[in-house]
Design a protein around this ligand. Structure first.
Ligand code: PEP
Ligand code: MG
Length: 592
């Protein structure tokens, strides 16, 4: 019978396929106590299973190629580290030797105690790292159970399947996609997880947080998943399937239409030029940015270089990563953001303060960099060294006071002098800008702007701090509202201040890539957007359909509106005023 399960959309698109259930609890756990005489053999079994799991990871790593290889390799290395951890291995041996547990039960106990430690953590990023433990232990359990049963998780038969699981490891995503998995339904996980980010890059639909999925579904159930709506239809009806076919036709049409936009100018229907930049955090994003005609990189999040490793990258390593980015963009401008660790992006190198009572309001972004000047120097030197390879701008996150920018500028000058005296070829001058994402910086922008060469609006954080709504807390749902009148007024204010002071202003939060907001942002005067590169063509198409003059006339109505409903109506009206310049009659002939 048809059933609908709800979750959160983590990667867009639809997929129709057979359910394939993967649950750690599916592995047989032998709870009976061991005889003393069996202990040594059981220790040997667990050691062999650990070795098999390590071997599998190594084989996976050796096979990696393509644009995402480096990132996936990092995840695999993190998992390999857990498998080699002496404390982890010793704990298993102890449970078998002293507790007389079978290997499978010892693994289950280790999993439960480690997961409990992670779940007790306040920090959402660290909590999401419990997934790593689940994946690693699931792999060892798999190796143990394969000893006795025939290979049950044969990857070769994945064609046409939708994986239903508690979580999926980033390292598993690429091989699963290569073997025909069409999409993912996860009972846990968050839209911010690395798996979700990778699924988006791979264009595989993913629904996370569908708590009931494993208990309601069976292997082989036909599923229609919708990564936009965060919905799973089990046993879809003929009408659902017709809706799916309609969606497929639309995608084909859209792709054809958008393919023509790759090299097109981005202009509104009435000719206002708009710049679309790409956000990047992985090397693959650069290739996509180039392929879809980005005007440059509007935001490079350097903290991804610092995650999943034991020590911070040194100057040379950072320099090479930034230089490759600049070279990859072939002369287009690149905006490199200094480290924004803290709160939701905790490193494992120990740079972020532990036990902060309120990390989102704590030592994050530029505050962390200024507390650890050596770290900032290293990063600034690495960035400045790339300025002889192409146009590079320096962007500073989480700025709340002008003094922070004055200090950063002084540090940039010091580093530049040092580098010149060491004979490094660097540019003569540098553009330094601030992320405006803290309400204080937005409100005080008229006095701060003189210290800024450019501005980048970080709406992901600006919304969270303006509305006092944690951006990672799914429970607060609709309260996280980029259309709140307070947010709209701040946006209008920031854009107006920048225009008056003749400073370029880009918006690089998630709403920059969401076409529901494009007309509204153009109405507020924005002409520079930075987004995930996969969204560039969609936004370009939306921009081309907008009449800037017409929507700008409606802006005062938008800023006067107070209720959620009336604001939505005005935004919808702006969207409705947009229509494509040319109807492509040749594209509507695709058979139904
Ligand atoms: C933002 O806050 O809008 C932003 C782009 O930065 P991040 O998501 O990395 O905090
Ligand atoms: Mg931010």
């Amino acid at each position: 019978m048809r059933l609908i399960l709800e979750g959160n959309g983590a990667s867009r698109g639809m997929a129709l396929g057979r359910a394939r259930l993967e649950q750690p609890s599916r592995f047989l756990v032998d709870e009976t106590p061991l005889e003393q005489a069996e202990v040594d053999a059981e220790v040997q079994r667990i050691d062999e299973a650990l070795a098999t799991a390590r071997g599998e990871l190594k084989a996976l790593r050796d096979k990696l190629e393509g644009p995402l290889a480096r990132e996936v390799a990092e995840f695999i290395d993190a998992h390999s580290l857990i498998l080699e951890d002496p404390v982890f291995i010793h704990g298993l041996h102890e449970l078998i030797r002293t507790g007389r547990y079978h290997a499978s039960a010892a693994l289950k106990m280790q999993r439960e105690s480690l997961v409990a430690v992670f779940e007790a953590m306040d920090d959402p990023y660290l909590r999401s790292r419990r997934e790593d433990i689940e994946h690693v232990i699931g792999r060892v359990q798999g190796a143990l159970s394969r000893e006795s049963s025939v290979e049950e998780r044969k990857i070769a038969s994945r064609v046409g399947e939708i994986l239903v699981s508690d979580t999926v490891a980033p390292s598993e995503l690429v091989p699963l996609a290569e073997h025909g998995v069409l999409g993912f339904v996860l009972t846990a996980g968050s839209t911010l997880s690395h798996s979700a980010i990778l699924a988006r890059s791979l264009r595989l639909p993913m629904v996370v947080g569908s708590h009931d999925a494993l208990s309601h579904l069976q292997d082989g159930d036909l599923l229609l998943i919708d990564g936009d709506e965060g919905r799973i239809i089990v046993h879809p009806t003929a009408q659902d399937l017709a809706g799916y076919r309609h969606w497929q036709r639309e995608v084909v049409q859209q792709d054809k239409r958008r393919a023509r936009l790759r090299d097109a100018d981005t202009r509104t229907r009435d000719g206002v030029p708009v710049q679309l930049y790409a956000n990047a955090e992985m090397s693959g994003d650069v290739a996509q940015a180039r392929a879809y005609g980005a005007a440059g990189i509007g935001l490079y999040r350097t903290e991804f270089l610092f995650l999943q490793r034991k020590d911070a990258p040194g100057e040379e390593e950072q320099f090479l990563a930034y230089r490759d980015l600049v070279l990859g963009m072939g002369g287009l401008p690149v905006t490199i953001r200094t480290l924004d660790l803290g709160a939701d992006k905790v490193d494992s190198a120990g740079l972020v303060l532990q036990d902060e009572p309120n990390p989102a309001l704590g030592v994050r972004g530029v505050r962390l960099s200024l507390r650890t000047p050596q770290l900032m120097h290293t990063q600034l030197r690495a960035i400045l060294r790339t300025t002889s390879y192409g146009p590079v701008r320096i962007l500073v996150p989480m700025v709340s006071a002008t003094e922070e920018m004055i200090t950063v500028r002084r540090m940039v000058t010091e580093c530049a002098m040092q580098l010149r005296s060491e004979g490094h070829p660097i540019a003569d001058s540098f553009e330094i800008g601030a992320m405006i994402e803290v309400p204080a910086a937005a409100i005080a922008l008229p006095s701060m702007i003189r210290k800024l060469d450019f501005v980048s609006i970080g709406t992901n954080d600006l919304v969270q701090y303006t509305l006092a709504v944690d951006r990672n807390n799914n429970e607060l749902g609709a309260l996280y509202d980029p259309l709140h009148p307070a947010v709209l007024r701040l946006l209008a204010h920031i854009i107006a201040v920048c225009k008056r002071a003749r400073r370029p202003v880009t918006l690089c939060g998630e709403i920059a890539g969401d076409v529901h907001f494009t007309a509204m942002l153009i109405a507020l005067g924005l002409t520079e957007f930075s987004m995930h590169p996969g969204l560039l063509l969609e936004v370009r198409e939306a921009v081309n359909a907008i009449d800037a003059e017409a929507v700008r006339k409606v802006a005062p109505v938008l800023l006067r509106a107070s209720g959620r409903e009336s604001i939505r109506k005005v935004v919808e009206r702006m969207r409705a005023q947009s229509r494509p310049i040319v109807e492509n009659t040749d594209l509507v002939s695709i058979p139904p």
